[in-house]
Ligand binder design. Structure first.
Ligand code: RIB
Length: 320
């Protein structure tokens, strides 16, 4: 089991990530505040985040070759973020610094059970325009996988997906944060991966039972995507395409901070996609997601390949 991970270390997938980059300002709180409430927080931290950047960093840490198309502000945080991508081994020639614009920022509360609530101010992320994607088409050439999310302008996401298919890439969409996807975009998606909230937003059904999973995936397949992976948090994940379905339960862990666990999961999925059996791909993604829950912060919690491998080794016994 998992021998393919060593093969991928030697011949890593080439992934183009197109997405957001944020500075996360995180308050640890005893519990999430309610409307009108003034709570005393426990601590404040500033860490690197943003769905696109988290996934790019996670992919680089587990061993993919990663290029990132993004936009950061022409400010202190923009410079920090771009330098950080380079430190993580990510190709950054298509990361723009937008003069006069602030970097994307997320204000996050994390409670003692690791649950969060997030407000995102897009800043420079919304200055990455469809014409920028057209200008960057040469960056699509030679890549295997195209990974994007919904934290950019919808028209930028749309043009990116069209160009990715035109250039023969396998397209993976992390459906976060919850945003409408135009009907004409679905057929450009090979694999879509929404979490429970995003699934309910897109489909109108809360995925609670296996029957719900099937109905939710069926809805998205009918829209024209080729495969669906529902991220079900502690319950694991559910895969479906036109011919098969696979459910892989989650691991029993004590979450410290669930922020970006979905990003680690989708990065794991993109890394392993098409390289192993579906069960192993989903287990790999589940492990990356679980590990991200066990550390604080978005990018600080993205796991390295060795961590995923030892996590998989530790659970291997229970699987055989
Ligand atoms: O998925 C987690 C991310 O969502 C955070 O890092 C925050 O920046 C928001 O984009």
């Amino acid at each position: 089991m998992f021998e393919w991970v060593n093969t991928l270390r030697r011949v890593p997938p080439n992934v183009l990530v197109v997405g957001s980059a944020n500075t996360d300002i995180v308050a640890k709180v005893p519990r999430l505040p309610t409307e009108g409430e003034s709570l005393r927080g426990n601590s404040l931290s500033i860490v690197f985040g943003g769905k696109g950047a988290n996934q790019a960093v996670a992919l680089a840490r587990i061993g993919a070759r990663v290029e990132f198309i993004s936009a950061v502000g022409g400010d202190y945080y923009g410079r920090l973020m771009k330098n950080n991508f380079k430190r993580e081994g990510i190709l950054t020639s298509a990361v723009r610094m937008v003069r006069g614009e602030t970097s994307g920022t997320a204000l996050i509360f994390v409670d003692e059970g690791g649950r969060n609530s997030i407000v995102v101010i897009p800043g420079a992320n919304h200055r990455l325009l469809p014409e920028d994607m057209v200008r960057d088409e040469n960056h699509f050439v030679g890549k295997d996988i195209y990974l994007t999310q919904l934290e950019l302008l919808p028209e930028t996401v749309e043009v990116g997906l069209v160009l990715a298919k035109k250039n023969g890439l396998v397209t993976i969409v992390d459906a976060g944060p919850p945003r409408n996807i135009s009907d004409k975009v679905f057929p450009y998606i090979d694999l879509i991966s929404p979490n429970e909230t995003e699934t309910e937003f897109l489909v109108g059904i809360k995925p609670i039972t296996k029957k719900d999973y099937r109905r939710c995936a069926g809805f998205l397949l009918k829209k024209g995507v080729r495969a669906v992976v529902l991220k079900l948090g502690a319950k694991g994940c559910y895969y479906a395409d036109d011919t098969q379905e696979v459910y892989v339960p989650g691991f029993k862990i004590k979450p410290v901070d669930t922020t970006a666990a979905g990003d680690a999961f989708t990065a794991g999925l993109a890394f392993a996609w098409g390289k192993a059996s579906l069960e192993e791909v989903l287990l790999f993604a589940n492990s990356a997601g679980a590990l991200a829950c066990m550390k604080f912060g978005a990018q600080p919690s993205m796991p390295y390949l060795d961590e995923v491998k030892s996590f998989l080794n530790s659970i291997r016994k229970s699987l055989e």
